[in-house]
Design a protein around this ligand. Sequence first.
Ligand SMILES: O=C(O)CCC(=O)C(=O)O
Ligand SMILES: [Fe+2]
Length: 231
Amino acid sequence: MEVSQEDKDMVGLNFRQFQRSKPTVMNFKFSPLSLPGSKDAIEECSAEVQKVAEELYANFSVLMGLDRDGLKRLQGELKQGIRMNYYPVCSRPDLVLGISPHSDGSTFTLLLQDDEVTGLQIKHKQVWVPVKPIPNSLLVNVGDATEIQSNGMHKIIEHRAITNEEKPRISIATFVFPDDEQKIGPLESTIDDSHRPRMYRNIKYVDYIKEKFARRMEGKAHTDFVKLQSK
Ligand SMILES: O=C(O)CCC(=O)C(=O)O
Ligand SMILES: [Fe+2]
């Protein structure tokens, strides 16, 4: 299936919306290659990423019908976990994926990509679309928790990483997520019985994550098991 330029632009815009509206993110001073091996750099980077995440959190609060501190009041500070991905050169990229199709269980994921190697792909209308890295920028991906809390208004993006024959690639994913004991479910402000009835049940975040990881990365609707109609 062909992907039109308009679709590609739209995906790019959604995926990088925050980057475009907040030019400070464009000047992010870290790159994946500058981080591994330096504890101070990782800590500094993590503190900077947290600032971006908090700004996102405040903006999403407003988008979900709350004031800027709404989500924070409801569920406290965001926690943070970092995963460093290393994809070695691979002689058969046609047979080997770097990471299988999935969505992230987080509230948001902020991804620092290798500037020179394209590996990330997102699924749009059943087609895998490559996401070209923009130097010194963070890529923002909506995670499962946000899809659930927004009652499906902000959708997760299924993504994967491919391998390549020429260059290894590094990416650093910072996942920000609620406290384990926090219940996640559609916010009252996102439920409208006539236009957008409640789509997900409430679930404790730690239970959501346990259930998610008990399933294989199947590359399809990752939030299905908390959808009310799938019961
Ligand atoms: O390496 C990438 O571009 C994607 C990594 C990813 O999706 C993840 O770590 O969850
Ligand atoms: Fe991911």
